[in-house]
Design a protein around this ligand. Structure first.
Ligand code: KG4
Ligand code: ZN
Length: 340
């Protein structure tokens, strides 16, 4: 089944064509990130205008690259939330229009289910449930126990900032460009992670929740107490701060693995899964399980291929009833992602 995916929830405009939730025929992404590098983050109204300018050129380029027209597409999947409402509306309006013009079923996808599906893209191996998935991005940090693509339990979530948001806020404190994840990771490569120590969030708490605001505050205090100029210690601070975030994420995964021996694989998804320090530290700490992350960095951050894949799996597991009318929503509850 060939699905056209559309993702416009934030500052990427993306259109993809994916076969059977796995084979990516094209995955076009236009990002506004360079334009927001020095604004400290996305400006919502401006992002919606940019989505509007980008959507048709990206759609044409994607269809040309896939060599696909309406005859080759069986359904359309689009992110219906959560995200920036103006940006989301550009994608969902385009998807509704195509669905009506081409007479194809339309599937509204929760953005997080897209990330959860991203490890299947271009993957030639058979993946086995139950899977423990950490989905960490700029908007959410969730730990899932999944028994199928659309069934499972949310084990823990962030109580304040998301992990990606911690990188983004940290980068602005360190005077590094947005988005913070890649710029902190780059600075960290030149730094020593043992120079500064960060607190372990929720260390005595026996839930599997996350919290990142304490790490951000600790970074601010460390900076305020510095005796050396920031330029001299920026890389060490970036490395230590990144290490603190990764240790917290991995601590929750280790606790979950101890509680759930049936878990066969651990998946890291979402923008933060692009972090190479996180990947190698997890492999070191949890050697007994199969670890996976998306096959390409382009599948870690927001992209339409993961939305097309999620649409396919929703259809495969729940049938044509997933092709119903939906509301485009800036906030959307997690119960609408994966339900036990
Ligand atoms: O999934 P995503 O593209 O968008 C949301 O759904 O939010 O994630 C973007 C987030 C940003 O906060 C960004 O700083 C973070 O992912 N990110 C990273 C890396 N690349 C992107 N965080 C850590 N290390 C990276 N290499
Ligand atoms: Zn995302």
């Amino acid at each position: 089944m060939r699905i056209l995916g559309i993702e416009t929830s934030c500052d990427e405009t993306s259109v993809a064509v994916v076969e059977d939730g796995t084979r990516v025929l094209c995955n076009r992404i236009t990002s506004m990130q360079d334009e927001y590098a020095h604004t400290g983050g996305v400006i919502p109204e401006d992002a919606a205008r940019k989505q509007l300018e980008a959507i048709l050129p990206v759609l044409h380029a994607a269809l040309a690259e896939a060599g696909a027209g309406p005859e080759q597409i069986e359904a359309i999947a689009v992110t219906r939330g959560p995200g920036l409402l103006g940006s989301l509306l550009v994608g969902t309006t385009c998807a509704r229009l195509l669905s009506s013009l081409w007479e194809k079923p339309l599937i509204g996808v929760h953005h997080t289910l897209g990330h959860l599906s991203s490890t299947w893209l271009d993957c030639n191996e058979q993946l086995s449930f139950p899977i423990l998935t950490l989905s960490a991005s700029g908007g959410h940090t969730d730990l899932w126990y999944r028994t199928s693509h659309t069934k499972g339990t949310l084990l823990g979530s962030t109580r304040d900032d998301a992990a990606g948001e911690a990188f983004d806020k940290g980068s602005s404190v360190l005077e590094l460009p947005y988005p913070g994840g890649p710029s902190i990771a780059r600075a960290a490569e030149e730094g020593d992670k043992s120079i500064f120590t960060f607190p372990k969030p929720l260390n005595d708490d026996d839930t599997l929740d996350f919290s990142f605001s304490g790490l951000k505050t600790a970074l601010k205090y460390t900076l305020a107490d510095l005796e050396a100029p920031l330029d001299d210690v920026r890389n060490d601070l970036a490395a230590s701060f990144q290490h603190g975030i990764c240790l917290h994420l991995i601590d929750r995964i280790e606790r979950a693995v101890a509680q759930l021996p049936a878990v066969k694989e651990i998946h890291l998804v979402g923008g933060v899964s692009a972090n190479t320090h996180l990947r190698s530290l997890l492999a070191e700490r949890v050697p007994q399980k199969t670890l996976r992350h998306p096959q390409s960095l382009r599948y870690c951050t927001d992209n339409a291929a993961m939305i097309a894949a999620a649409g396919y799996f929703m259809h495969q597991e729940n049938g044509p009833s997933v092709c119903t009318n939906f509301e485009t929503r800036a906030s959307l509850s997690l119960e609408e992602v994966v339900v036990d």
